[in-house]
Design a binder for this molecule. Structure first.
Ligand code: GCU
Length: 356
């Protein structure tokens, strides 16, 4: 991994030597990722939430589904609101919460496992990303219309806007009496795994981030790209609007990239990261996802933590390295968010819940 941009050296060449240095390096890496990858972060606005419907029949009546509307005050006279669904526990007390960024707002979408999540003691919030802004190059759509795109190459791409929306959903969720604000996880699959990682890199309220098959511009390192994997050139041609123009204008020149994806994971330290891959998902490049865990791991040492307890040897199918603050798991099967993925995320969170 010597060919990777150095995690533990500031841009001016100074080495990172102390926890304070590591915190400063994290801020530097976030600005680097803003300027060169996803676009500048957007400041939060005041948020409120209201319930629009309730269904008490979920999970054999052991949970309640609340349909909510999250209202963002964009300026003095303008609001933008979007739907959010909460499958919540009915017993009293604060509950750990999983927030899933999803591709649909169907109550029982194929990626959802609400009963499983609820039976494990968590509440589940689900946010359909296209209620924030559509997944295309139209920056006049939805929330994007409120954030005039900068012309200096660092304008927020759609991933940054989706991450911003997840942050506003969290503003509301963390204010609820029934949510344990110290036990919040953000989960995303594929492009939404990329979004979840970028959101958690910036937002320290997220204690656990779980990315599933997030691949290129998610957990997978560019410089280790394996056969069949998605390259920077391909992703920035197919989805230029996900990123800032500075990234697109690099035309896929990976060697000159001033970062690699281990920087993204390292920005989450000392919090918890669970990276899942699928063995038959070469496009998301499972081995490069594992390698970014290896590359990010030294950040955790500055906080007295272990980081990743795996190595560079590709792990076997249906195996993983679950024990450190960064976990990696490769299940059998294809690109999908399924029960084994939920089980590994929930197992990871439960295993680490009582640490520190
Ligand atoms: C495409 C894209 C990937 C992305 C995936 C998804 O395959 O190339 O980068 O992760 O869509 O979001 O499903």
């Amino acid at each position: 991994m010597d060919f990777m941009p150095e995690l533990l050296r500031f841009t001016d060449g100074t080495p990172v030597r102390s926890p304070a240095d590591m915190a400063a390096r994290r801020r530097e890496m976030i600005s680097l990722l803003e300027n060169e990858a996803y676009g500048k972060a957007i400041p939060p606005v005041p948020v409120s939430g209201r319930r629009v419907a309730t269904d008490a029949h979920c999970a054999c009546g052991t949970a309640v589904v609340e349909d909510l509307r999250i209202c963002c005050k964009m300026d003095k006279n303008t609001e933008y609101s979007f739907p959010l669904r909460l499958y919540r526990q009915t017993s009293p007390g604060k509950k750990p919460l999983l927030l899933l960024l999803n591709f649909s707002d169907k109550k029982y979408h194929e990626y959802l496992q609400p009963e499983f999540v609820l039976q494990n003691g968590f509440s589940l919030a689900v946010l359909h990303y296209e209620h924030l802004t559509r997944d295309n190059g139209d920056f006049s759509d939805g929330l994007a219309a409120f954030f005039p795109r900068r012309t200096d190459g660092t304008g927020a791409g759609k991933i940054t806007i989706w991450a911003w929306g997840a942050g506003r959903a969290l503003d509301y969720l963390l204010s609820r009496e029934d949510v344990d604000e110290t036990q919040v996880a953000l989960i995303g699959h594929s492009r939404l795994g990329k979004t979840a990682l970028w959101c958690a890199a910036q937002d320290e309220r997220i204690r656990y981030v779980c990315s599933n098959d997030s691949g290129c511009m998610g957990a997978a390192c560019h410089r280790t790209l394996h056969e069949g994997g998605e390259s920077l050139k391909v992703i920035t041609r197919a989805f230029p609007f996900w990123f800032c123009d500075n990234l697109v204008n690099r035309h896929g020149q990976t060697d000159a990239l001033p970062f690699d994806q281990h920087f993204l994971l390292a920005c989450v330290a000392p919090r918890y990261v669970c990276i899942n891959s699928a063995a038959e998902d070469a496009w998301a490049d499972p081995t490069s996802e594992q390698l970014s865990c290896v590359g990010a791991s030294p950040a955790w040492a500055f906080y007295g933590k272990t980081g990743f307890l795996g190595n560079e040897t590709p792990c076997g199918v249906d195996e993983g390295f679950p024990d450190g603050e960064i976990a990696y798991y490769k299940r059998s099967g294809k690109h999908f968010l399924g029960l084994p993925d939920w089980a590994s995320f929930i197992g990871f969170i439960k295993d680490h819940r009582n640490n520190d």
